[in-house]
Design a protein. Structure first.
Length: 56
């Protein structure tokens, strides 16, 4: 299962800090997950205060 950050992202950066492999980075207006680096641990989903990270 892959994770994606939706437009509900407020660019707070919490998810980036919780990613153990550095797969999340700031994009143009929201954060983005590099699917090649993501290990699908789910830490970002649990950390997001806005519920902006979903499974695809």
């Amino acid at each position: 299962m892959a994770y994606r950050i939706t437009e509900d992202c407020t660019a707070c950066g919490v998810c980036e800090m919780e990613c153990p492999v550095g797969a999340i980075e700031e994009g143009d207006s929201i954060y983005v997950i590099n699917q090649d680096d993501c290990t699908e641990c789910g830490n970002c989903v649990d950390a997001c205060p806005n519920g902006a990270i979903i499974e695809e």
